[in-house]
Design a protein around this ligand. Structure first.
Ligand SMILES: Nc1nc2c(ncn2[C@@H]2O[C@H](COP(=O)(O)OP(=O)(O)OP(=O)(O)O)[C@@H](O)[C@H]2O)c(=O)[nH]1
Ligand SMILES: [Mg+2]
Length: 450
């Protein structure tokens, strides 16, 4: 992979007003470009790296645009690996735009989204999983998502994958050696030793693949659908979990017609909470549409919170979609009016939305059902994303084939081919697919003159 290290510039802080804002400039000519717009005690090219320099940004006529702090990071010790300049200015929309315009007219190009991080990856400052973790970290909404992103950014996932690649490269080197000496078969001892090493990698992949659902939940949230008969308190539950009156609550059955979605967090787990129209035999066309929407929501749910009015003797229950994989919690609401004896012994969480009681129990139940080993004290919060899943499951299939190849005493060419494919697939996770590296391992670990 190659790229032109032309200078790119962007406002790195969000638009709007703030105390300060940061602009970034990276590339071969970053220091020369910065020199054209910055006036301070030190010129950017002579500035001590990573020390802030007070100065001003001036336009072509020498008029001061803003007072700033300019910091220089010299290649390769910068985020992008290139010469990089950060300008901390006042956080006004006009000021930041003016400075950006000056940088662009001084020779920089407006950066594409993610281009600084892309350069960091291309310059080997981070692997692909770490680059992805930067985005995960920025978009994390809950403490658990943040912890997981940080672990990935530290390189836990990338490190495990790199170690697995090295193991496989080694196995491949051994298998390829047999291709060069066709008169020799792979001995049973060598075969089982090689297979054991592949099994180790396969186990690692299986462990990581099992974190895919966790990864989806942390990145997208648990799709949680509140459902039940009309008037049982669905909208009340949404409001009380949210902490403000988002949905209309009334004693008129059929108040909620459309689905309402809000994000909350439960013990660090992100939830996308959906309030739905009460399910019953409606005659009204709008209500019918609302109920159909409820059914669609149920079909895509990770978690169904089914509510009943438990001070009544009995209640119409929801029919869940037959192929539903969703977890289910029965919420016995309105217990402030008393729990009807008919519900005694029913598995569920008793609470009252109006009195606010039992909510902690509900949060505990949700967390217990969905935490999947995550928590403040869990040792590892690694959670792969959909792209990792795709690469790793392909790698896993190739490994199965390679191990079978060894078992069946297939030709080493065949086994080597499967291992290479597994390596390529695994390499995609960290963004590394490189044939030269393999040559290095083969010649490095074998005495070929023997
Ligand atoms: N006593 C008591 N009343 C409640 C409780 N929760 C909700 N209610 C009342 O029950 C009525 C219906 O509440 P909603 O939250 O609108 O019920 P819903 O299930 O969303 O109703 P629809 O949208 O019409 O299907 C309102 O009058 C609420 O104040 C509770 O815990 N105790
Ligand atoms: Mg409602």
């Amino acid at each position: 992979m190659s790229y032109v290290n032309d200078a790119i510039a962007a406002i790195s802080t969000p638009p709007g007003q703030g105390a300060v804002a940061v602009l970034r400039l990276s590339g071969k000519d970053a220091l020369t470009i910065a020199a054209k717009v910055f006036r301070g005690r030190q010129r950017p090219a002579e500035a001590t790296p990573r020390v802030q320099n007070f100065g001003t940004i001036v336009d072509n006529s020498g008029t001061v645009v803003d007072q700033v702090l300019l910091t220089v990071f010299r290649s390769p010790a910068s985020y992008t690996g290139e010469d990089l300049v950060e300008i901390g200015c006042h956080g006004g929309a006009l000021v930041t735009r003016r400075i950006l315009e000056l940088l662009l007219s001084a020779g920089a190009r407006a950066a594409e989204p993610g281009e600084f991080t892309q350069r960091a990856f291309l310059n080997g400052k981070m692997d692909l999983t770490q680059a992805e973790a930067v985005m995960d970290l920025i978009s994390a909404q809950t403490s658990l998502a943040l912890r997981s992103a940080n672990e990935q950014l530290e390189g836990r996932l990338g490190g495990a994958i790199t170690a697995a690649r090295e193991d496989l490269l080694n196995v491949l080197a051994h298998v390829e050696a047999y291709i060069d000496f066709p008169e020799e078969d792979i001995s049973p001892e060598t075969g089982s030793a090689l297979k054991a090493r592949m099994e180790k990698v396969a186990n690692l992949l299986d462990g990581l693949l099992a974190t895919a659902n966790r990864g989806r939940i942390l990145r997208e949230g648990v799709r949680t659908v509140i459902c039940g008969a009309p008037n049982v308190g669905k909208s009340s539950l949404l409001n009380v979990l949210l902490g403000f009156e988002r949905a209309i609550v009334s004693d008129v059955a059929g108040t909620t017609r459309d689905t309402i979605e809000e994000a909350i967090q439960v013990r660090g787990l992100p939830l996308r909470l959906v309030d739905t129209a009460g399910v019953h035999a409606a005659t009204d066309a709008i209500e019918k549409e609302g109920i159909e929407r409820t059914q669609r929501q149920l079909a895509g749910a990770d978690l169904i919170l089914e509510i009943v009015d438990a001070h009544l003797p009995d209640q119409t229950r929801i029919t869940l979609p037959v192929d539903s994989q969703a977890k289910h919690i029965l919420v016995l609401n309105k217990t402030d009016l008393g729990l009807h004896p008919n519900w005694e012994g029913t598995q569920g969480v008793a609470l009252s939305c109006t009195a606010g009681s039992g909510l902690e129990l509900l949060c505990d139940a949700i967390f217990d059902l969905l935490a999947d080993g995550m928590g403040e004290n869990s040792a590892s919060m690694v959670a792969i994303n959909a792209r990792h899943y795709d690469c790793m499951s392909r790698a896993r299939d190739y490994l199965t084939a390679a191990m079978a190849g060894l078992d069946n005493n297939d030709s080493p060419e065949y086994t080597a081919l499967e291992i290479r494919s597994a390596l390529d697939a695994i390499g995609e996770v960290v963004g590394k697919v490189d044939a030269e590296e393999l040559l290095g391992v083969i010649f490095g670990s074998f005495c070929i003159g023997k």
